[in-house]
Design a protein around this ligand. Structure first.
Ligand code: ADP
Length: 200
């Protein structure tokens, strides 16, 4: 089974493209979802985080208080390193499991939906890289209008990611989402046909 890395800056429409790929029958391995799942109540990672960063990072209902964890875990590089040491192996294991599962189900291709694919250098491990590309001012406006972020926060999040030129340079295929969402489906279909040889 071959791997398609799907990425794009925050607000680029990557999740929208992932839905189109899922609709075409490809299994989607969602990095954000995995990162949330490994800290759900009952997961060993959540216990390790509470042991390391304090019991009060757990809400009364046992869920993770993300804001408090972030405050502590991003306070110093050492604390961030501890966070990564706890979470990364679990994330990697789950990602590997899901790729293995997709292969065992007979899929020829699986998609890794990963916002930081290029930022973290994982694109080199993919057979094909698709980048969803949108001009950054447009992304700011979409994040403010559709996702309720305030403008400063939207800009800060965009600036915290790798720059668009570097992301584009890693792409085998670029999906242009500067226009309307209706323009996405034909681009996805064309790319999928080129990659898999199958007309979606
Ligand atoms: P990402 O997963 O890359 O952060 P999303 O797919 O969530 O981005 O898209 C960000 C927001 O912009 C969503 O609310 C989405 O509905 C909206 N959006 C996506 N594509 C377009 C488009 N072409 N025009 C306008 N809004 C769009």
């Amino acid at each position: 089974m071959k791997k398609i890395g799907l990425t794009g800056g925050i607000g680029s429409g990557k999740s929208t493209v992932a839905q189109l790929l899922a609709h075409a029958g490809l299994p989607i391995i969602d990095a954000d979802k995995i990162a949330r799942e490994i800290v759900e109540p009952g997961q060993p990672v959540l216990r390790q985080l509470a042991d390391t960063f304090g019991e009060d990072i757990l809400n009364p209902d046992g869920t993770l208080n993300r804001a408090l964890l972030a405050q502590r875990a991003f306070a110093t590089p050492e604390a961030t390193e501890k966070l990564n040491t706890i979470t990364h192996p679990a994330i990697e294991q789950r990602t590997h499991e899901l790729f293995t599962q997709a292969a065992s189900e007979g899929h020829q291709w699986a998609v890794w939906d990963m916002p930081l694919l290029v930022d973290k250098g994982h694109h080199t491990a993919m057979d094909v890289v698709i980048v969803v590309d949108v001009e950054s001012e447009t992304r700011v406006q979409r994040l403010v209008t559709h996702r309720g972020l305030d403008e400063t926060d939207a800009r800060a999040r965009i600036n915290a990611q790798i720059d668009d030129d570097q992301r584009r340079a890693a792409a085998d295929y670029i999906i242009d989402n500067n226009s309307t969402p209706e323009k996405l489906a034909p681009q996805v279909a064309t790319i999928l046909e080129k990659i898999t040889g199958v007309h979606a």
